[in-house]
Design a protein around this ligand. Structure first.
Ligand SMILES: *Cc1c(COP(=O)(O)O)cnc(C)c1O
Length: 380
């Protein structure tokens, strides 16, 4: 079955009791049992919930995985995934991950005798060089936020597997519609469902999907033991979101390309970051492992002053953190999402004070471009 069909039907049968076409929100904490040890597969709502189960099956199917576990946020999903690693083991991480991931690894999990090496995973020789005898996980994000560096998923998987390490990919920026990491040898995919999967900027959540049975059993155990589960209502919202994922991603991708092409030609823009652009140094790799390039575009207007003019002049684009919703959001990585990154790291990655990031929404493309155009015109 095709992606759009799977998105609408996987994990979701009409409700047996009523015929309800959408999966009901099972807002309950517990389930009646017939007699001792006899129940319908649901005992307590931290352990199992039918709405959450439908979402877990739906998202697993979209990524081409057997198992899925939904969490209260993307960070809770990433934290649960790291519970596959034990004290004394070593993890290699993309050096330009989401700030919250960097914070979780470097400030919290490193206190439990797990060692993290942050390396440029877009350079496979650096990944190889960082491998140690106790390396058990390679955690990558591709493309990265906000300068859109791409990691070769097949190459990283080959190197990691030779060393007996699992590969985890944070696929939040692409969604399974544009990139399916498991097809390139990746073992585990995580998402902040807050972004494209939910897609309507009205819920926070996370998911982990994978094929390995033993790791899946451990993740189910962690999900139930720690309890950072996604609520029935939030699960329902994400199920609502994935029904239109294919359509939305098509439009994010179409407008993302158009906005990037417009910015690339604009005299007030010094540089753009978009893997769909022929000027992106990894355009060919992105084309090979992605079905499209999506709606995330970053561009440099040269100075904080110029960036401020853009933020104060846009009318349609909303200044806000987050991404992946139907509305176009614009943000300033240096002072917002990447404020906690060391200044020298920011400089090396190209996260300057003049860098502006847009999450291109699904409004009419011409309206988005016209808004950016009038804002850029205000720069002297
Ligand atoms: C937002 C985000 C996260 C964290 O997800 P939350 O739902 O905010 O906890 C992780 N990774 C990436 C790439 C993100 O964009």
């Amino acid at each position: 079955m095709g992606f759009a069909t799977t998105a609408i039907h996987a994990g979701q049968e009409p409700d047996e009791a009523t015929g309800s076409v959408t999966v009901p929100i099972y807002q309950t904490s517990t389930y009646a049992q017939e007699t001792l040890g006899k129940h319908k597969g649901f005992e307590y709502a931290r352990t199992q919930n039918p709405t959450r189960l439908a979402l877990e099956r739906n998202l697993a199917a979209l990524e081409g995985a057997k198992f899925g576990y939904a969490f209260a946020s993307g960070m809770a999903a990433i934290d649960a995934t790291l519970r596959l690693v034990k004290a004394g083991e070593h993890v290699i991480v993309s050096d330009n991950t989401y700030g919250g991931t960097f914070r979780l690894f470097s400030r919290i999990l490193s206190n439990y005798n797990i060692e993290f090496d942050f390396v440029d995973t877009s350079d496979i020789t650096k990944v190889e060089a960082a491998i140690r005898t106790n390396t058990r996980m390679v955690f990558v994000e591709t493309p990265t936020n906000p300068v859109m560096i791409v990691t070769d998923l097949q190459a990283v998987s080959d190197v990691a597997h030779r060393a007996g390490a699992r590969v985890v990919c944070d696929n939040t920026f692409m969604s399974p519609y544009l990139q399916r990491p498991l097809d390139f040898g990746v073992d585990i995919v995580v998402h902040s469902t807050t972004k494209y999967l939910n897609g309507h900027s009205d819920g926070v959540g996370g998911i982990v999907v994978l094929n390995d049975e033993e790791d899946a059993e451990w993740l189910a155990f962690v999900q139930n033991s720690v309890g950072a589960i996604l609520s029935p209502f939030d699960s329902w919202l994400v199920l609502r979101g994935t029904k239109t994922l294919a359509l939305r991603m098509e439009q994010h991708d179409r407008s993302g390309r158009a906005v990037a092409a417009f910015l690339e030609e604009h005299p007030k823009v010094q540089k753009i970051y978009y893997p769909g652009s022929l000027s992106h140094r990894q355009h060919d790799l992105a084309k090979r492992q992605q079905k499209g390039f999506g709606g995330m575009v970053a561009f440099d207007v040269g100075s904080l002053e110029n960036a401020r003019i853009v933020f104060e002049s846009v009318k349609l684009c909303t200044l806000a953190e987050s991404l992946g919703g139907v509305e176009t959001l614009i943000s300033h990585p240096a002072t917002m999402t990447h404020a906690s990154v060391l200044p020298e790291t920011r400089a090396r990655l190209g996260i300057t004070e003049g860098l502006v990031r847009i999450s291109v929404g699904i409004e009419d493309t011409d309206d988005i471009i016209a808004d950016l155009d009038q804002a850029l015109e205000k720069i002297k």
